[in-house]
Each structure stands twice: as C-alpha cells, then as structure tokens.
Design a protein around this ligand. Structure first.
Ligand code: MIG
Length: 714
C-alpha cells in the first residue's frame, strides 16, 4: 500500500496497481499516512469492515434504492440495466462509490476508486457490521475529512471536479415517451401543449425516430421532414432531444458500422474479433469507449444530429445492456433442440426455461469482451463501470465541439466522474407511489456524487400512472433540475393533459410554477457549480436531532427552502417536521400566499390543486412570471418573497444561459438584502450587475403573520 495526500482534507491509499479511471483529479504528495480503517486484501478481493454502533448512519452511494440513511440493506456498484426496480434490487444503472459514515461524534467520507463490482452490506447481514467487498485487489481508497457532512461533500467535490452545467433551457419542462412514433405524433404533442397553455421546452425522441434502431440515422418513413420539424419547434422554444444507444448495428454499408470496423473501434472477444451481442438493432458491436481514438470518432458522429439543429441528446443502454450474445443464444437453442420429444421433468424444464428467461445482461457476457488500456487487456467486467461514463465523455466532447454552445446531455449508466460531462435520469422506474418516494430519497445522494442535473421519469416509466400520481409526482419534480415526463411504450399515456380537465389544470399550474421559480433553481445550480455545495440536502445534514434524521421524505433545497411532497395516494395532506420556524408558501401561479409555521411537527393540508413548500427563517427567494418556454421568460420584474425576522440576503446567480462563459466566471450576481429595523420597518438594498433585472417587488413576512410589500427600481 502507498499513501498520499491529495488536498488538506483528502488522503488516498493505493492497493496494488489500479486502473486509472480518470475520476479523481489533482496532484498526489506521497508520504507516510496511517490507514485509519481496516482493509484486508486477499483472494482477489479487498475487504473493508466497520463496526456500527446502534446510531451510526451511512449516506451516499448515488442512484440506489433504500432510504437517505443507507443502513439495513445491501448494495452493489455494477452498472446494470434492470427495468424493474423492486425493493430487493441491489444495484441500478450507476456505480457511485462515495459514502459518508457518521456516528454521534464524527463523520468521515470515503470514496473507493475501482471500476468493477463492489458489494456493500450496510448492517444487513449483521446489524452492527458494515462490510465492503471490492472484487479486485487493485484500488484506491480515499478518505475525506471535513467539519460537517456538508463540508465533507464540498471537500470531495474538490477532487472530482466541477459538474456539467446544462443550458438554461435544460431546466424547462420536457415531454417524452417511447412510442411517439412519427413526426405527426411529435407535432401533435407540441400543439397540444400550446393549445392547453402548458409551458414546454423540449420533446424527447426515443428509438422511434431511427431507421432500424441505427445510431445517427433517421427514419425516412416516420420522420420525412426531420430538419423542418426541428427548426419549426425550436423557433417556438421547443427542442427535440434524440436518443443514442451504445450498440452499433452490424450492417455493411451503414457508415457507423463500416467506419467502426475500418478504424478498429469495437470491443473484441477472446479471439480478437469484434464481440457480437444483440440489443434493439439486432446484432451489434460495442464501440470501445475506453479508447481515446474511439471516443473522438464516436463523439464526432453526434455532428449528424447537430447539423440537423439538435442541441440535446440522451445516451441509453450504456451499461452496456445486452439482450443476448451469440454464445448464450446458441446454447439455448441447442438445449431446446435436445429437449425436443423428451419427457421433461420439472427440473430440466426449469433449466431449459432459464436459458431464455435469464438471457439478458448475464454476468458472463461482460467476461467475454475486452478493452485495452495502456497496452493491457481487461475484460469488460474488470472495468465495467467506466463504459457508459466514457460513452458520455465521447458525446459531450463531440457535442461541445460541433455546437459551440451548451447542450443538454443525460446518460443512463453512470459513475462518479461522468458528472463533469452530463446529467442522469434515474432509468426505468415504475408508476408506483413507492418510486415517487424513492425519487425524493435518491436525490441528495446524487448531489453527493456530484450530479446536479438529475431527475426521474416523472409519472413513472413502466406501468400506468393515475392522474393523482402524476400530479403528486409533479409537485415534487418541479424542483428537480431535470424535469421530464417519460413513459414506456404500451403503458397508458401520461402527458400532463392526459387525465381530463381537472388534472390538466393542476398540472398546468404546477409547470407554470416551475417556470416561475426557474431563476432560483438555475441560480442554485450555478452556485453549486461554483462552490461544490449540495443543492438538495437531507434535513439531518443541517439540523441535529432524531426528528431531522427520521424526516427522509423532506428535503432542504438551497439554503432557502424546505420541500415536503406528498408521496402517498388518497392523501389530503401530510405531517411535516419543521426544525425551526418557517413560512409556509402556497404557490398558485402568480397568487402566492404565505403563513407563519412554527417549529415542530405539524399537519400540512396539501391538495392536488396547490404547490406548497417552506421558506426558512431569514431567507428570501426570487420568482418571476411564467412563460411558455425558457426563451419567453423575463426577469425585468422580479418578485422576492422572504421570511425576514432580522436580516436576510439572497444572491441570485444568472448568466446568458447558453455560453461557456460561466466557466471563466462570467456570471451575474444580484444581491438582495433586507434588514428589519427596531421599529419593524424594512430596509432594502439591491446590488445588481444583471442587465435583465429592472424592478424588484419584495413581499416579506416577519414571523407574526405581518407582511410588508416594497418595490425597488434597480
Ligand atoms: O430496452 O429506448 O431507460 O427510457 O424509453 C429499453 C427505449 C430501452 C430504456 C430507457 C428508456 C427508453 C427505452 N430504453
């Protein structure tokens, strides 16, 4: 083992000779550092063990099931395409090996830099033991210190680099569905949004737009006027965001296939031939995204889309998902032929059935193809979690090069490190109430991993959503930076207008509210980009006590808000824990109401026809009038609502919304300052360098049901 310091707060311990994953940035200073935890390396595994006291808790691990406190479950880091996120699943699409272990005295952050499988048993098998099983002997363990949980996260973000920042339109409302088959379907969706007066910034294109599921192709039949469609909708602020899959169809004469073969870009099997797997296009080869030349080649292919006016993409199936490979399919067929005419007993029948039923994403597939890194050959399994990550690096670099302005990019598979290149959607959830609840709990862990541009398929991907579920989900999702309603082919339609007039009214109002608070969300993203702080924080990261720890279905947003969504059906409200006095805000379009809410547990009546959240003490937030898309929003007249007992400051970050200027600090900062004098009078000061803001209307509560309204020209 060798040890080094990366920053004042981060120490690394390297075991064996790990693969350079590219996740961690910075200069190493080697020295003598004593490893403060128990790590054993034996039989091809690294084993880390912690004893847990009754009250220790564990946070993080990114896009996983379970609560905010990860204790009491098993998890796995191994990017997997599993479309049914049942309660007993141990892994989803991402592999995020950052977690914080907190006992009543100290909290410590850990990051395991290792690209293959890691198993976590967080007090599941034994209540008082936390065991980590790293499937390899070569890895680096990072220990991250800090004064608080939030501080540990900031110190971690310092070594993983700044997150991807979408263009401002990426925070608009997106509609999506696998099964909008034709150009006319897309136009109809767009027109219905406009007719129903529901704001919209983008429509996602799923596999339907492609010719035979081929990447960088268009179906002439279904999308004969693609470019015109893109242009027409964009003129009205609505972008099309097509999907790209990892597998490249094997078909001679198809440019991507031909170039891939000619340029030696595909992953190889044992014998050195391109590995054959099957996904949507039928038989495919997988680009070797771990190779720089392949990333550059594939990244350039996105130009096919940018040339057509496209400014956003989603990368799917990049775990990579595999329906079957040639070996397993022929084994199955052989077995079926051999069984023909036999009198199969139940066990042989099960074994035969299994050959087909469990043929997708088999572990052995990932041992049948190889990558080459620095002249050394690795099975995909050994570096598995870098695959989707690097597909997305490739896309990001290609899009950046060919667009010259910011793009929207989300990926399904992920690993920490990818946060520098794109956002993520949380994959194939279902239209289940439990998945709405899960969405709430997963969000802070994604921020801990450095991912801010995140969101779930609102309304649920698989299964049929009810109007009630969709509206409740929306009451939460309107706060998430990525806000996309997406569903699977064959399921009930779940557009905001799909459930009759009443539900359409609820949803319209919620989406408009989203556009009203969009400057706030955008500002908070820019702030997190600047300082590495989380945007969505569990209550217990900020407040002490049992209640804060238990309130896992409430989150703090920025330093200003607390959100407490309803995640159960037939609810007319819910109990909420307020760790301090706050102001309850009801946000119905431009009719904003505020009431004082005292610290403690309180019942919050919360109907479908409302948007409710809490504003913290001595905090303020901005909002504006909604628009039909981001391009329509105006900040000329800005509203500030606040709960000012003594003094409050809010700094609004903003920029041009499309350029990379923010990377060089080209960010507008408007400081709103309010102070309450002894006599109750309010002093207001606004310092502004944002040319788009002209007038500010403050409405400030004092904690005693009194509010003052003041208008300021800036
Ligand atoms: O095997 O492209 O997660 O969002 O609609 C399913 C079709 C492939 C999985 C994605 C989902 C998408 C679907 N894809």
């Amino acid at each position: 083992m060798s040890a080094f310091k990366l920053t004042e707060h981060v120490t690394g311990y390297t075991f064996g000779e790990p693969v350079d994953t590219g996740i961690i940035l910075g200069e190493k200073t080697y020295g003598d550092h004593v490893l403060p935890v128990k790590v054993e390396v034996r039989d091809g595994h690294g084993i880390i063990s912690f004893a847990l006291t009754k009250y220790d808790r564990v946070f993080g691990l990114g896009p996983n099931l379970g609560g905010i406190n990860k204790r009491g479950r098993q998890y796995e880091s191994y990017c997997t395409d599993d479309p049914l996120h049942h309660e007993d699943k141990t892994t989803l699409y991402g592999a995020h090996n950052f977690f914080i272990l907190e006992d009543d005295d100290v909290a410590t952050g850990f990051f395991i830099d290792f690209p293959s499988r890691i198993r976590y048993d967080v007090g599941f098998t034994e209540m008082d033991a936390f065991g980590i099983d790293i499937h390899g002997e070569d890895f680096t363990l990072y220990i991250i210190e800090g004064d608080s949980l939030k501080d540990i996260v900031v110190n971690f973000h310092e070594i993983i680099g700044k997150p991807y920042m979408p263009p401002k339109w990426g925070l608009g409302f997106f509609q999506s569905r696998w099964g909008y088959e034709t150009e006319n379907d897309i136009r109809e969706v767009y027109e219905t949004f406009r007719k129903e007066d529901i704001p919209l910034d983008g429509i996602y294109l799923d596999l339907d737009y492609m010719e035979d599921f081929k990447d960088f192709s268009l179906s002439e039949d279904r999308f004969p006027n693609f470019e015109t469609l893109v242009r027409d909708l964009k003129a009205d602020g609505v972008r099309l965001i097509p999907i790209i899959d990892a597998g490249v169809k094997m078909e001679e004469g198809y440019d991507v296939y031909d170039e891939g073969i000619a340029g030696d870009h595909f992953v190889k099997d044992e014998s050195g031939k391109p590995y054959v797997a099957a996904v949507w296009p039928g038989k495919v080869h997988f680009p070797d995204f771990l190779k720089e030349s392949t990333r550059a080649w594939f990244g350039d292919k996105y130009r096919f889309l940018t040339d057509l006016g496209i400014e956003g993409v989603w990368n799917d199936m990049n775990e990579p998902a595999i329906f079957y490979d040639e070996t397993s399919l022929s084994e199955g067929i052989e077995a079926a032929i051999a069984a023909k005419g036999e009198n199969l007993g139940v066990m042989p029948f099960f074994s035969l059935r299994d050959k087909f039923q469990n043929i997708g994403n088999k572990d052995e597939y990932y041992r049948r193809f190889y990558h080459e890194i620095d002249g050394k050959r690795y099975t995909n399994e050994e570096v598995h979690n870098l695959y989707g990550f690097n597909m997305t690096v490739s896309a990001s670099e290609g899009l950046r090069k060919h667009l010259g302005k910011r793009h929207v990019l989300i990926s399904r598979a992920s690993s920490i490190g990818m946060h520098r290149y794109s956002g993520i959607w949380t994959g194939d959830n279902s239209s289940w109430w439990s998945h709405l609840d899960l969405n709430v709990k997963m969000l802070p862990a994604l921020n801990m991993s450095g991912f801010y541009y995140v969101g779930a398929d609102t309304g649920g991907f698989g299964g049929n959503a009810s109007g009630e579920l969709l509206t409740r989900w929306m009451q939460f999702s309107i706060f998430t930076p990525l806000l996309r309603n997406h569903s699977a082919i064959g399921c009930a339609f779940q557009e905001p207008y799909a459930f009759g007039e009443k539900v359409t009214d609820y949803n319209r109002q919620l989406i408009k509210a989203r556009y009203s608070i969009l400057p706030y969300l955008y500002s908070e993203m820019l702030k997190s980009h600047e300082d590495g702080s989380m945007m969505f924080t569990p209550l217990s990261f900020e407040f002490f006590g049992e209640e804060a720890l238990q309130a896992e279905d409430q989150l703090l947003l920025g330093e200003e808000l607390m959100i407490a969504p309803v995640v159960k059906s037939n609810a007319r409200g819910r109990y909420v824990y307020l760790p301090e006095d706050m102001v309850l805000v009801s946000f119905k379009e431009e009719d904003v109401k505020m009431w004082t809410a005292k610290a403690g547990v309180t019942y919050l009546p919360y109907g479908l026809d409302d948007l409710k959240f809490f504003l913290r003490r001595n905090r303020m937030m901005p909002y504006i009038a909604p628009g039909r898309s981001v391009k329509d929003l105006s900040m000329k007249s800005m509203n500030i609502i606040g709960y000012v007992e003594t003094e409050a400051v809010y700094t609004l970050y903003d920029d041009d919304g499309t350029s990379y200027g923010f990377e060089d600090g080209k960010v507008y900062k408007t400081e709103f300052h309010a102070r309450r004098e002894e006599d109750g009078e309010i002093q207001i000061r606004v310092t502004n360098d944002n040319p788009n803001i002209e007038k500010v209307i403050f409405t400030l509560m004092d904690g005693d049901e009194n509010s003052i309204t003041k208008e300021v020209q800036v």
